[in-house]
Ligand binder design. Structure first.
Ligand SMILES: NC(=O)c1ccc[n+]([C@@H]2O[C@H](COP(=O)([O-])OP(=O)(O)OC[C@H]3O[C@@H](n4cnc5c(N)ncnc54)[C@H](OP(=O)(O)O)[C@@H]3O)[C@@H](O)[C@H]2O)c1
Length: 323
């Protein structure tokens, strides 16, 4: 297979290369693209050094088996469409196409079947949404979700490599912030993305809209508060949810223990530092909510893996197996 990665020098792009190695996918050729800034740099893949090329329109007109995009929305809007017009299958990590009705928004463990007989652009959901829905999927199938109230504690790497540099510089005592609206080191910032007319942030609306689209259920109501915390890798979420059906703690535990890509921890407290190399969505501190129709739990996952690179590679594997 010939795979291309657009945004190969970024946090997500570099992790995609690692995940492709780990999954031992038969790749004969890997082409890496980024902007002019990183063109010429080399990245190792399976003992070979691959030179990053500058992304051009011509390079997107060629034939690939899969193209994985993680270079931001504007790059995806401009180049993914060209690649799709030339017959390629694109898995896009940006938010550019997620809300388009004709573009599938995929978490393979939940709605991967939509990839059967599909070619073109496939959207990878928002990082916070992926880890939350992996944890909730089988519970929703059994008990039918009515409401989700979620507060996130999102790592700095979620805003890309330059955001990590900004936090490191602040930690060394340098002042100034360009990526975040306030100093992030030693702080907590209760806004991710921009504030919209309804008072919610764009990140919060992604969690609401993407949940409805992925579960294919307009009746689920989601209220999110998204917060940036000075953690390098790993998003955490405090999740309260209410179901139509009655739940019991024991059966919720059994369902979580049998959910794909989920690890349930009964007696352990899980933090971002505990799950650095994990490809699972971790659930701990499970407890009954107001009554036997609701639960509370703590959810942690590596945002670069589960929330981006691993989900993209799993989409590719699912597409291969179905087509
Ligand atoms: N970080 C996360 O947790 C996460 C999770 C889910 C989705 N995403 C999405 O994934 C995308 C990338 O995120 P990231 O965290 O990897 O960001 P990042 O570390 O800032 O990397 C951005 C990548 O895009 C490339 N790029 C930027 N402008 C370009 C252009 N004009 N032409 C070609 N390449 C260009 C950069 O190349 P240079 O090195 O040449 O600048 C770099 O490879 C974003 O859409 C983000 O929203 C991120």
């Amino acid at each position: 297979m010939h795979i291309g990665i657009v945004g190969a020098s970024g946090e997500v792009g570099r992790m995609m290369i690692r995940v492709l190695e780990e999954h031992k996918i038969g790749i004969e050729k890997l082409s890496l693209f980024a902007s002019k800034r990183s063109a010429g740099e080399k990245i190792k893949f399976n003992e070979n050094e691959i030179v990053i090329q500058e992304l051009t329109k011509d390079s997107m007109m060629k034939k690939y088996d899969y193209l994985l995009f993680s270079a931001g929305s504007s790059v995806s809007k401009k180049y993914a469409s060209i690649a799709a017009e030339h017959g390629n299958v694109i898995i896009d990590n940006s938010s550019a196409f997620r809300s388009s009705a004709e573009i599938p928004l995929i978490i393979p463990e939940i709605n991967g079947q939509l990839l059967q007989n599909y070619r073109g652009i496939i959207a990878n959901p928002n990082c916070s949404t992926i880890q939350m829905l992996l944890a909730l999927n089988k519970l929703h199938q059994k008990y039918c979700l009515k409401k989700i109230v979620v507060s996130t504690y999102q790592a700095v790497s979620g805003a890309g490599h330059s955001a990590l540099e900004e936090m490191k510089n602040q930690r060394k005592g340098k002042s100034g912030n360009t990526i975040f609206p306030k100093k992030i080191d030693l702080n907590v910032i209760p806004i991710i993305g921009e504030i919209l007319e309804n008072g919610y942030s764009s990140e919060e609306m992604k969690m609401q809209n993407e949940t409805v689209k992925i579960f294919g259920d307009r009746n689920i109501r989601v209220s999110a508060t998204t917060v940036r915390v000075p953690v390098s890798y790993g998003h955490s979420e405090s999740i309260f949810c209410e179901f139509k059906e009655e739940v019991s703690l024991e059966s919720v535990k059994q369902i979580l223990l049998n959910s794909d890509a989920v690890v349930f921890h009964e007696n352990e407290i899980i933090t971002p530092l505990d799950i650095v190399n994990s490809d699972a969505s971790h659930v701990s501190r499970l407890r009954i909510g107001f009554d036997n129709h609701s639960i509370n739990f703590w959810n942690v996952a590596n945002n670069i893996r589960v929330g981006a690179a691993t989900n993209a590679v799993r989409i590719m594997e699912k597409h291969i197996s179905l087509n």
